[in-house]
Design a protein around this ligand. Sequence first.
Ligand code: IMO
Ligand code: MG
Length: 430
Amino acid sequence: MPALVVVGLQWGDEGKGRIIHTFSRHADAVARYQGGNNAGHTLVLGNNEILALHLVPSGIVYPKVRCYIGNGVVVDPKALYEEVETLKKRGIKFTGRLGISPLCHVILPYHLQFEKYLGEGSRLGTTQRGIGPAYADKIARDGVRLMDYLDRDLLREKVIRNTRTKLSAFARPAEIRAVENQIFQEHKRLAPFLKPLVSDVSLELFTMLAKGKRVVLESAQGTFLDVDFGTYPYVTSSNPIASFAPCGVGLGPKSVDAVLGVAKLFTTRVGEGPFPSEIKGPLANRIRESGLEYGATTGRPRRIGYLDLPLLKKACRINGVDRLALTKLDTLAGVRPLRVCIGYKWRGRILREMPDDPRLLNGAQLIYKEFSGFSADLGGITRYAGLPASAKKLIDEVMEFTGVPAAIVSVGRSTKNQVILDPKFLKEWL
Ligand code: IMO
Ligand code: MG
């Protein structure tokens, strides 16, 4: 013990990478538990260098931290190879540091083609990385696991069965053969890269925890992109919520000691789907520009909205959040007044938790509370007492509404720019 889950509480891009970067400094291992290279975790290193990670866990920047990709993740071998090569060029050492579960399902070129063919990319606004089709194959028992991928004959058999049944509806036989050949050609280069990375993630993490080592379980995406609890069907195809974390790495539920929920102090979303507190026009543009709110994976401009407390309250409940990490307070400087959603009004009733029903999500009237806002540059502030009064009121409101204390508030891009509210909680981890 202990294991800490770091989970996103909104629609992704909450700043999970940055928070894990902070928390994994003294961790022994960081393990990703779901999603794939649809994720984009941006880290700002000490020298202001920016690192965008997609599959590799955010702990990789610390040489002593061992990084794992758990069974719940879908791995595109080519994307992983390219990411590792890029990171190596940036001076990050990989030898003996990255382990991947053989139970991970792999994303193959036909998954990307299938996503395009189904038109999911445009209908749902996906990242077009083949995530949905790869998870669909996993559940349908047609998937190729990493252990299958490394067995050349089994790979050939599975690929041919899948391509011929799944692609025949929209691709000509010559095209199907071309995809198959592409997979077998790439396999020659990618299998020797992947083979030494295979490790029994479940057993290794279990052993580390038994020895009292510190393990961070890293989510991708966020609670409202969760396939069960998100704004279905505008969701991703996995379960980012905290209770999936032990499943996605092969640990028992009692191995989790604490859940840290990450939320931005406003809301963003990439892709289609309901977004009740969305704002458009000059204010949205201003927040997008000052917060650099563009997708780290696809470069798409993120949709912008006010902080939605009923949404956050529900996320805290579903994830069993112990402490909050609130990010990007600095982006709100100069937004005056500052509006925060505190309720959904539907047919005369006021709801304090965001509803599931899309009719309510689209039709309810949102109730806002206004704060006067602040204009100061928050960069150098490291203590709660040093924050402007209106910023303190905002943070207090979030804690009171959700019933969850905040441990950390970020006030600038670097991990140095943060206010610590709960030194005791952090001391156990930093
Ligand atoms: P991180 O880890 C924000 C969104 C896509 C789309 C939906 C489904 O950086 O927070 P998919 O390709 O997963 O089938 O797309 O999910 N999406 C994300 N949005 N941050 C992410 O990851 C996301 N990963 C997927 O935009 O709406
Ligand atoms: Mg992101």
